[in-house]
Design a binder for this molecule. Sequence first.
Ligand code: CIR
Length: 256
Amino acid sequence: MFSQALVRPPSLNFADGLTREDLGAPDFPKALAQHERYCEALQRCGLTLTRLPPDARFPDGTFVEDTAVLMPNCSVLTLPGAESRAGEVDAIRDALLRQGHRLVQIQAPGSVDGGDICETGDHVLIGISARTNEEGARQLAAFLADAGYTSECVDIRAIDSILHLKSGLSWLGDNRVLLIEALAGHPAFARYERIVIDADEAYAANAIRVNDHVLLAAGYPRTAERLRQAGYSLVELDMSEYRKMDGGLSCLSLRY
Ligand code: CIR
């Protein structure tokens, strides 16, 4: 169960962030409103929120997930793989230290984006991507092993459609994952029950299980139906402005 989440609303220059999408510039007031709905949904799932102020030095700073990997027994600050994002970690470090976390940190030449890290109970999947490199994965695996977790790498560099591992994968609990077809055949997922998403609903793969609910991007009816049939209680949220910036539901919070 999660009890807390750390979030950071987008800064006014959110549109200056990195993106590989070609969906136009995000609408700032709409992005803020969507962020507020997202925060309300986390609170509805029982979480207490820590809200950091936006910081215009980091237009991607609202995607706080990439700055840390928080497990019940282990709190790791990352070193995000995009140079423009490395400084985002400082504010997260301060906030987590204030809350009493004992932190370890990925060091260069290692790089890790939290979006590449998928916790599945005591086993952690580490995406090797354009942002998370093998050295970062090695350092993270060692921190996790010290804390009693196992891990394995999933190389996603050949899958152009996803930025991070979790752009195409969600842990639903109950030994179940939701994932895109391009990942479904990877041996790392053989141990899980797999719900494979239709190609035209691929964006919905970035969902989050938060206690008794699953937060899902709105507008993906077949995925929603499949999850309802599997017994999940859904909260559907409009993510249009974050999608334009290559982000999704998991990216907007650190949950712990
Ligand atoms: C970036 O390219 O870094 C941001 N515009 C999007 C990051 C999304 N984060 C995530 O999937 N965890």
